[in-house]
Design a binder for this molecule. Structure first.
Ligand SMILES: Nc1ncnc2c1ncn2[C@@H]1O[C@H](COP(=O)(O)OP(=O)(O)OP(=O)(O)O)[C@@H](O)[C@H]1O
Ligand SMILES: [Mg+2]
Length: 363
């Protein structure tokens, strides 16, 4: 493990990389660095299912590489060269706008619909539609989706005519869909429509030495881009070897980049990246304390500091739940009082409750 091994790029990984380069240009090359048995098994599975038309469901922790693997399914299959349309499910809620985004609309079908519009499904015809964060799809949008998956047909808003499309569905989520089904947050019939092939992406901490290969790979990329030939010191590597990587590959890339940028010489020492590990160095204060303090001292802070970052995925579910738990504690357990603690007007009560319920954020 002392030096970077090109074996960490399997034949499959090299072919995905090459295919992605021709598809999107160098800036978006899809990388599949990793040599752990569990990761190679996934590559084999993708190689097999790529040529089928049935849906693929990819589950795994945040930052574990679900989107990269969804792109591999597309690039290794016969739909390569046709559209790959990515849909961010949490942004779809009830109403016309969602129908219009997914299935399109006809001119005049609602106020502001000044011309016909194609939806994501039509745009993805003959290609792949990637339903990202499917576990956060609003119930009413789940019903719409189910209908169109059942028969491959849909109706644009305001249209009398049913259209059919030929799309392959690849969906991803970091939420436990089976638990969501049990708590009525996800439709079981939709789950079975999506889950012909299930790919469970292991967390980085379960992938043997892959963290090290990814670190070397990221360093090589940074060296090529910025020139300095920096490397991690023995003390840094020792520290990272014991680290659990709760933010997975995304966190590893960001920690490596931080270390590379903040190092004072060619050796990256722990102090150059330690504060950026999401578990924090031992004894460090939880950053959510600061967030809670800011939110409860500014009117409207919840929407700006918690709601939006959660939808943008810079705050995760457990962080938001922890903030709500703390708020409820200070509010004596009452959601109405919680508005007071969060300095929100009482008119925001329904909006807050809808948000918490829809995203399963009640502690
Ligand atoms: N095996 C890998 N080799 C190299 N880079 C990878 C690998 N897996 C993921 N990445 C990179 O790590 C980052 C996070 O990956 P990706 O966006 O696919 O994760 P995700 O599981 O979809 O995350 P989230 O749950 O937060 O949406 C991306 O920049 C991706 O290119
Ligand atoms: Mg993703």
């Amino acid at each position: 493990m002392s030096s970077y091994s090109p074996e960490a790029m399997s034949d499959f990984a090299l072919r995905v990389r090459k295919a992605s380069i021709t598809e999107w240009g160098y800036r978006r090359a899809v990388e599949m660095v990793g040599a752990a048995a569990k990761f190679l098994d996934i590559q084999k599975t993708i190689e097999k299912v790529a040529s089928f038309n049935e849906p693929v469901l990819i589950t795994g922790e945040s930052g574990s590489g679900k989107e990269a693997l969804a792109q591999a399914v597309y690039l290794m299959g016969p739909r390569r060269g046709k559209p790959f349309v990515s849909v961010n499910c949490p942004q779809y809620v009830e109403g016309n706008l969602t129908v219009s985004e997914l299935f399109g609309h006809k001119k005049g079908s609602f106020t502001g619909a000044s011309s016909d519009r194609r939806g994501c499904f039509e745009t993805a015809d003959r290609g792949v539609i990637f339903l990202d964060e499917i576990g956060d799809l609003h119930m009413s949008a789940q019903v719409m989706l189910l209908r169109s998956l059942a028969n491959g047909e849909f109706q644009p808003l305001g249209s009398e005519i049913t259209q059919s499309v030929n799309v392959r569905i690849v969906a991803a989520t970091n939420r436990p869909l089976t638990q969501l089904i049990a708590s009525a947050g996800f439709r079981h019939d939709l789950y079975h429509r999506l889950c012909y092939f299930l790919i469970r992406v292991p967390a980085l901490r379960e992938r043997e030495n892959d963290w090290f290969y990814l670190l070397e790979h990221t360093l090589q990329r940074l060296r090529a881009q910025y020139g300095a030939s920096r490397r991690f010191s023995q003390a840094s590597l020792k520290m990272l070897e014991d680290y659990e990587w709760p933010g997975n590959v995304r966190e590893l890339i960001s920690v490596t980049t931080t270390g590379y940028a903040l190092a004072d010489s060619d050796l990256i020492e722990p102090q150059h990246f330690m504060a950026h590990l999401s578990e924090g160095p031992p004894g460090s204060e939880d950053p959510s304390h600061d967030l809670y303090r800011r939110m409860t001292s500014n009117g409207g802070g919840f929407w700006e500091l918690v709601h939006s970052p959660f939808l943008d995925r810079t705050l995760n579910r457990s962080q938001v739940k922890a903030l709500i738990r703390q708020g409820l504690f200070d509010a004596g357990g009452s959601y109405r009082q919680l508005l007071h603690v969060f300095r929100l007007p009482s008119a925001d009560y329904q909006k807050l409750m809808d948000f918490l319920r829809h995203h399963d954020l009640k502690p």
